[in-house]
Design a binder for this molecule. Sequence first.
Ligand SMILES: C[S@@+](CC[C@H](N)C(=O)[O-])C[C@H]1O[C@@H](n2cnc3c(N)ncnc32)[C@H](O)[C@@H]1O
Length: 254
Amino acid sequence: MMKSFLLTIKPIKYFFRGRNFLNDPHYLEVQKKNRNESLKRPSRTIILNFLLSIKQGKTSYLEIGVRNPDRNFNHIEADLKYSVDPGIEFIENPVDFKMTSDVFFQKLSKNEVLSNDTKFDVIFIDGLHLAEQVDRDIENAFNYIKDDGFIVLHDCNPPTEWHARENFGYRNSPASGYWNGTTWKAFLKWRFNSSINSCCIDSDWGLGIFSKKYQIGKSIEPTNAFFEFSSLDENRKEYLNLIDFDTLKNILLE
Ligand SMILES: C[S@@+](CC[C@H](N)C(=O)[O-])C[C@H]1O[C@@H](n2cnc3c(N)ncnc32)[C@H](O)[C@@H]1O
């Protein structure tokens, strides 16, 4: 009775509810996973530069979703680099093509940007992190990747379902501001394609990689028909073909 009364007083209610929230074991576990993932190395930039470094001749790189280019794009070592972003998260948006990936690929197919026989060595997909969009980005990217090129996806290994939420804007989840969205679902869907090799580097929130040529990992039989997060969580090594960077280097340099 007394407790119910006290909880009608706002500062007291905020104190107890806030304390419960911040001390909740599940919340603390997710916070720990935030920290663990943030500390993993190498970064996407090192992995992307490695993939470019093993190519012969002039290299060409496309980044879908750039935000602040100082975080990755400006550090990419390629002879030709192109960037696409509609400018949702970074107002300055100093990119080559200020548009969504859908518009970019449509224009590319009609020779309205670059030329439709363009082929890239590496395409980095890091735009809108919702499965349907990522799936379309992958499909489009396959039309413009060299036979020995790599398509790379950021955020394929969300540590918890809070990181894999659909809602980017909601920041009061235990994942705080971290957001991987549902990219993992699109990656997994393409892991079922037997003509494509794939793996996911266990670093920087999961770098999913597709290759037509290099044997970086076999496809798997279709599974997890409803793309349930709990099923991913129990089987991430197999579903994603989760490997470390040294293993990838050994495969590609041997
Ligand atoms: C996670 S950030 C990119 C981070 C950057 N690639 C890096 O490595 O630091 C996502 C970016 O995707 C952009 N974006 C959102 N929707 C998009 C779309 N439909 N097509 C392309 N980019 C999109 C946002 O504006 C944002 O800048």
